[in-house]
Design a protein around this ligand. Structure first.
Ligand SMILES: NC(=O)c1ccc[n+]([C@@H]2O[C@H](COP(=O)([O-])OP(=O)(O)OC[C@H]3O[C@@H](n4cnc5c(N)ncnc54)[C@H](O)[C@@H]3O)[C@@H](O)[C@H]2O)c1
Length: 435
């Protein structure tokens, strides 16, 4: 995404001056892409030469898009060398790595931006707008349920994400998007988390219940590929082939590991309760084996309820149909006042990846003099921490069964800048009598 943006839509404002990756083949692919874009192929550096890359190329920003658990290393190394950083989500996967990022910022004074593209998708920005308007009064609680289907959801169990030490599990890798949305939508910071998590679907037992003899190593060499509904053919997909299959020789990484293996360390079924500093409570769930992909969220307010439902399109290996009979990619947002008829809202439209969020965010990153943003969608390390720490706390809770206080995970946490929300005090209109 960043390479295409830098070398195509924003080429007047940006240039890719160097690439660093542990896989030599993927760096050469990036260089070939530059050539296709008519840009100068960037020099490629191995991870040990990261500081040399920075010294040679003197970039305005380092953009970190490596495996999640490695973000903190590159953020800290870039800052120590004197450079500002843009990091993909999640900012990091573990509390000690979060502390290292905070310490590096304190020491160097460098800037970090965490790219929460979901904030920028027009329908989600519109939810923020409705909440800021006070249309449903003070939000007292939130019910939020995210469904990953058996195409997209299964894919986390094939890739490096399947090990918690790499990704932080779905509570961090995936739910950081969702927790950040809630934090930002509410303009509030989490204080305490309680959670349960388990893996009961992507297991060798389920493989056997589906009639397979066992889990295997990977799809590419699977003896039961004809019987398995989760078979992924890397060779049949141009992008997957050139990114992963053709580059296995360099790092031995298989992008199509068996979803049924017993050595996953991440969960597929998660439930989380979060208490916020303004007393709002969030009930959240994430399930990775659903029949449809998307989410439902309801904000329960003193004047009414805001319901927002998004059905996302099928991902990787899907048929292009939408399971469950939903219209493809449907978004509905509705205000239901405490008395009276529900009011459907005309949903703001966007185009492109992640609900139209990617394009709006890339404008904000790459165009000079971005417009002032009343929703304050650009996020720094404070918002990066507040979202990933909910997931990190949930992971801790999975192990201990005890609630976790967010401020006990990292020293000197500070609240992010939030767009002004309506005051939660003062008179509110009495609902009319129901009879
Ligand atoms: N914002 C979004 O919606 C979004 C979407 C997809 C991915 N992401 C994030 O982007 C990051 C990459 O995800 P991806 O799907 O592109 O994964 P990927 O596996 O396709 O790419 C990761 C790259 O990092 C390299 N790498 C891994 N460890 C490294 C290390 N120690 N040093 C140098 N290079 C290393 C790998 O060789 C690979 O080229 C993740 O943090 C992910 O959360 C964000």
């Amino acid at each position: 995404m960043y390479q295409n943006a830098i070398e195509q839509d924003y080429k007047q404002h940006a240039q890719l001056v160097g690439v660093c990756d542990k896989n030599e083949g993927r760096m050469q692919l990036a260089r070939r892409r530059s050539q296709e874009h008519g840009a100068t192929p960037p020099p490629a550096y191995a991870p040990a030469d990261f500081e040399k890359m920075l010294a040679d190329t003197r970039p305005d920003h380092v953009i970190v898009t490596t495996m999640c658990a490695t973000h903190s290393e590159y953020i800290v190394r870039a800052m120590n060398a004197g450079f500002d950083v843009i990091s993909e989500k999640p900012m990091t996967t573990h509390a000690d790595k979060c502390q290292q990022i905070f310490d590096a910022i304190d020491k160097t004074g460098r800037k970090l931006r965490v790219t929460f593209n979901y904030r920028y998708s027009p329908p989600r920005t519109q939810v923020k707008d409705v909440l800021m308007s006070g249309a449903i009064g003070d939000v007292l609680s939130v019910d939020f349920h995210w469904m990953l289907n058996t195409f997209h959801g299964a894919d986390y169990f094939r890739r490096w994400h399947r090990q918690k030490k790499n990704s932080g599990g779905l509570m961090v890798h995936k739910a950081t998007h969702h927790f950040d949305l809630v934090n930002w939508w509410l303009g509030a910071s989490p204080v305490q988390v309680f959670a349960t998590g388990k893996r009961e679907y992507y297991t060798p037992t389920m493989a056997k219940r589906y009639g397979l003899t066992d889990a295997h190593e990977r799809c590419h060499t699977c003896p039961e590929k004809d019987k398995c509904g989760f078979y992924l053919d890397l060779a049949a997909n141009k992008s997957l082939k050139e990114l992963y299959l053709d580059n296995e020789q360099y790092d031995g990484y298989f992008r199509d590991q068996c979803v049924w293996r017993g050595d996953h360390t991440i969960e597929d079924t998660m439930n989380v309760l979060v208490k916020y500093d303004n007393n709002i409570t969030l009930a959240y769930s994430l399930n990775a084996f659903n029949s449809w992909e998307g989410y439902t969220i309801a904000f329960n307010g003193t004047k009414g309820r805001l319901e927002h439902v998004t059905v996302e399109s099928i991902y990787l290996n899907g048929t292009g149909d939408t399971q469950g009979g939903f219209k493809p990619k449907g978004v509905t947002t509705t205000i239901i006042p405490i008395r009276g008829a529900a009011q459907p809202i005309e949903v703001w439209q966007g185009a492109g990846g992640h609900g139209g969020g990617d394009n709006v965010m890339l404008d904000d990153i790459f165009l000079p003099n971005p417009k002032p943003d009343k929703y304050l969608r650009a996020a720094d390390q404070r918002a990066g921490a507040m979202s990933c720490l909910i997931g990190i706390a949930a992971n801790k809770c999975f192990e201990t069964g005890e609630p976790v206080k967010i401020h006990e995970l990292v020293n000197a946490l500070k609240d992010p800048d939030y767009a002004p929300m309506p005051p939660r005090t003062g008179p509110v209109p009495m609902p009319r009598k129901s009879t």
